[in-house]
Design a protein around this ligand. Structure first.
Ligand SMILES: *Cc1c(COP(=O)(O)O)cnc(C)c1O
Length: 446
């Protein structure tokens, strides 16, 4: 008897089937041919083990599904119904409408490094840097790729080949790949830990300062809290100590609150930290600042200038799209309209409004309205909770969550006690209609 595998069609004949030829045009020959080869390989293996020979229709359907899966891996919009406002896996802060417009407008040729008035070369990022300086009260500021890059840059400039002092209570890890000791090593600093995990005094730093000390570093424990018998010197105390010994004092505040508005998140405030005497403050652009991924260094003009001039600054610089988004984000602060930034709009949403939205979603999808707790997330304000409302959906939680993720638009919910909860606080109100349709589809698919 002949080998049943010989009955399977070849790659080229499958590629000629009309529906397949169509996706070749939309997705490209390589992608589709890879999918077809994969499907045929699997079919050969299954037939070899005694399985039935699949029909051409089955093979085509499977190949098209593989291509669709590939297409769905591209970046696309999702609905964040996790209740985590700044979700790192979902891209942290959503951009404001004006920032999105600015990104689109800057996509073509733009006056990135050209002064249009004089026709001469202009300073890249100058508008954003000036705004950051005004908004934090700093003499100067510089924006680079992200918070980690800003810290590596500052530590390289002030600590490479020297000692950097940091409290044992601040040796943080922020999301897998960002670990303070490793960042220090990358920057070529000799890490000098002072104090203990729960208590560090200014005297611990004083006693550790030596000839080769390059900088004092204070890091905000963004994603955890040490409670109980604890002590940590203030920014003022460390600034005085650094000043008296002529070493740089860098404070990494993490989440990028520029000033005290709105009161609520117990997070360090850039303007205050600088007022208290830090030489440089470092923070992210896409956490509470509410802008694109970026890392900001703000503070003393000479310190910022030394960072700007370092060759690493060139390697870590921002592209025009993110500079455009950052400029537009900062313009909302300057206009006094920061509630236009989605992260703040979500943060200040009133609870009653959230409950009404949850009721509507529940009525349309057969879910049940429940009070929930949302969080800022993104390594900001550990332990702080935002009251919220959500909808619990009945049914197999894993299956339902998967159908939500693979729907259109994809919805990312959270699973608590084996139940799917759609939290409304992290969903911009203008997405409610899309959310409702996507949840209905996922629930009906069960
Ligand atoms: C988030 C965070 C960082 C890292 O910033 P990225 O922008 O994610 O690179 C550094 N330090 C602190 C304290 C943070 O909270």
């Amino acid at each position: 008897m002949s080998d049943p595998r010989a009955q399977l069609p070849g790659v080229s004949s499958l590629l000629e089937v009309d529906e397949v030829a169509e996706v070749v045009r939309s997705d490209g020959h390589r992608v589709v041919a890879d999918a077809v080869r994969g499907v045929l390989e699997r079919a050969r293996a299954m037939v070899g083990e005694g399985g039935d020979v699949p029909s051409t229709d089955q093979l085509v359907a499977e190949a098209l599904a593989r291509v669709a899966q590939q297409r769905n891996r591209r970046l696309r919009p999702v609905v964040n119904a996790t209740g985590v406002l700044l979700h790192t896996n979902l891209g942290r802060a959503p951009l404001s409408a004006t920032a999105i417009e600015a990104v689109v407008a800057a996509a073509g040729p733009t006056n990135l490094e050209l002064d249009l008035a004089t026709g001469e070369r202009g300073g890249r990022g100058q508008v954003a840097h000036d705004a950051l300086a005004r908004l934090t009260g700093a003499p100067a500021a510089l924006a680079v790729n992200n918070g980690a890059a800003a810290l590596v840059l500052a530590l390289t400039v002030f600590g490479a080949g020297r000692e950097v002092l940091i409290s044992r209570g601040e040796m943080v890890e922020i999301g897998g790949s960002f670990r303070l000791p490793e960042i220090m090593a990358t920057a070529g600093c000799v890490l000098r830990e002072v104090g203990t995990t729960n208590r560090t005094r200014v005297d611990d730093y004083r006693q550790a300062i030596v000839e080769t000390t390059g900088a004092l570093l204070r890091v905000h424990p963004s994603n955890y809290r040490i409670e109980g018998f604890t002590q940590r010197p203030t920014t003022v105390e460390l600034a005085e100590l650094a000043g008296a010994h002529g070493v740089a004092f860098i404070e990494d505040i993490g989440s990028g609150l520029l000033d005290g508005w709105p009161a609520g998140p117990e997070e360090p405030v850039a303007a205050q930290v600088l007022k208290d005497g830090a030489g440089l403050v470092v923070f992210s652009g896409d956490k509470l600042l509410g802008g694109p991924q970026a890392g900001i260094l703000a503070g003393d003009a000479e310190l910022v200038e030394r960072c700007r001039r370092h060759p690493l600054a060139r390697a870590l610089r921002l592209d025009k799209l993110r500079l455009a988004a950052l400029e537009a984000t900062l313009a909302e602060y300057e206009r006094g309209t920061r509630e236009e930034l989605p992260v703040w709009a979500m943060e200040v949403q009133d609870l009653e409004g959230l409950r009404e939205r949850a009721e509507e979603l529940a009525a349309a999808t057969g879910g049940e309205v429940v009070p929930t707790e949302a969080v800022l997330g993104g390594g900001a304000a550990p332990g702080s909770r935002l009251a919220s409302w959500g909808v619990v959906l009945a049914g197999d939680a894993e299956g339902l969550a998967r159908r939500l993720r693979t729907g259109s638009p994809p919805v990312v919910a959270r699973i608590v006690d084996d139940q799917v909860i759609v939290d409304l606080r992290s969903v911009p109100v203008e997405l409610d209609e899309q959310l409702t349709a996507a949840v209905q589809a996922a629930v009906e698919g069960s």
